[in-house]
Design a protein around this ligand. Structure first.
Ligand code: GLY
Length: 431
């Protein structure tokens, strides 16, 4: 089997790691692979958003399955191009990807389908947004409607903060075209959860729930990042909560997308808030989450490849299930000094031999293998260390210890990944 992975971050390394386990003999290609992916894949020197070049390359190479990591190529219509050439690809079409690429579209769809989410209003003009904010009051969340690399949502405690956020988006175009339309929504209180569902267009096959850590500092303080760690599963997600997510969030959303003429086949990721009134959707994404994928996939015992290939071929997931290892996974992200602000690149990375045996995996993100042998940093989030354990305490301890053994100049990581779950664990003072 010939598989193409589009993307080269930590999520894509985790996808490669899992697909390699599911199909040890497959030929796996990756677009511009990072330093951890390079030894385990064949490099394709095409950028993910060049969907014309990639589809031509995949056709010439007779690729059997393409798996798309990031949202950019999905929003650019990679699936439409591949399908037009008869190439099986896992991911939603450009129209269906609007569930992530247009927050305004997603909010309207949810409102019309009765999917629980915060009240919202959409604006394309600053005076309208400002008048609404002054009348409505705070706290509110101001979001750029388009794709903004995870940085387009601003939680505002005061009206002035909210007006400033709207001005920077609509007036100063701080997020470019992504901020020409702005969604203002009510602030929700509760605990955030990430839930992934592999969807054949009708059925959502839910994967293990997880939680990520977006702030740079321990105790969830400081600026937002692309994610400093994750863990799975999350014990507050009871079978009843899973049922609620399936029947009140995923199924009606998939039905609404089909009714809108854009059936969603791919990975639907719901960012959920567990509130006093039940689950509410914070946002949808049209792809696997990062770094949650690095925690979820190492726990998956059954084949991911079978599910992705079935959907890519237009098949049904009816009767399919996923099987999971017992225990927990904790993923600790290691970042470059200065991240999420400016940082230096090119620092040599040392990963002790043998670190990756026995329930520990290192997923690279911003790394490059220079001349095939010298591993150096090339991004803010450099790599993630996932450890498995019989429970979350063991997994967290092993993940921290393994991250401590990886060195590069200026490296830092959070030592409190999974703190909410640890506080709930039996024996904890807060449990
Ligand atoms: N973990 C957040 C994201 O993938 O968007």
């Amino acid at each position: 089997m010939r598989i193409l992975i589009v993307g080269n971050g930590g999520r894509e390394h985790a996808l490669l790691w899992k697909l390699r386990r599911d199909a040890p003999d497959a030929d796996i290609f990756a677009t511009r692979p990072n330093g951890g992916m390079a030894p385990h894949s064949r490099a394709v020197p095409i950028v993910p958003t060049d969907v014309e070049a990639l589809s031509g390359w995949a056709a010439s190479q007779r690729i059997d399955l393409t798996v798309v990591g990031p949202e950019g190529p999905l929003a650019a219509g990679i699936v439409d191009r591949f399908r037009a050439k008869g190439l099986p690809i896992f991911g939603p079409t450009r129209e269906a990807a609007r569930i992530e690429s247009s927050k305004a579209f997603a909010k309207d769809l949810m409102r019309n389908a009765g999917v629980p989410t915060a009240e919202h209003r959409t604006f394309r003009d600053l005076p309208g947004a400002e008048a609404y904010l002054r009348e409505h009051g705070a706290p509110v969340v101001v979001k750029a409607s388009g794709l903004a690399a995870g940085k387009g949502a601003v939680v505002c405690a005061t009206v002035e903060e909210a007006v400033d956020a709207a001005r920077s988006m609509l007036g100063d175009l701080a997020f470019g075209e992504a901020g020409r339309e702005v969604v203002v929504e009510d602030f929700m209180e509760g605990e955030e959860l990430s839930m992934f569902a592999v969807s054949d267009g009708t059925l959502p096959l839910l994967l293990l729930p997880s939680q990520d850590h977006k702030r740079v500092g321990e105790g969830d303080v400081g600026p937002n990042t692309g994610g400093m760690g994750a863990y799975a599963p999350v014990s507050i997600v009871t079978p009843a909560l899973l049922h609620e997510a399936r029947t009140r969030v995923f199924e009606p959303t998939l039905r609404a997308l089909t009714a809108d003429g854009c059936t969603f086949q791919g990975l639907l990721y719901a960012g959920l808030m567990s509130t006093k009134e039940g689950l509410k959707v914070v946002e949808f994404n049209c792809r696997f989450g990062d770094p949650e994928t690095q925690a979820v996939l190492p726990l998956m015992e059954s084949s991911l490849l079978e599910l992705l290939a079935t959907v890519a071929e237009g098949g049904s997931l009816r009767g399919r299930t996923a099987r999971w290892r017992a225990g927990a996974a904790v993923t600790t992200v290691m970042a470059s000094a200065g991240y999420p602000g400016p940082y230096e690149k090119g620092k040599e990375i040392h990963i002790p031999g043998g670190l990756e045996s026995d329930g520990v995996a290192v997923f690279h993100a911003g790394t490059t293998l220079e001349e095939g042998e010298r591993l150096v940093t090339s991004g803010g989030r450099v790599l993630a260390v996932t450890a498995l354990g019989a429970d979350v305490e063991e997994a967290a301890k092993r993940s921290r210890e393994a991250a401590s053994a990886v060195t590069f100049e200026g490296a830092f990581f959070r030592r409190d990944i999974a703190w909410r779950e640890l506080a709930r664990a039996p024996g904890s003072a807060n449990a």
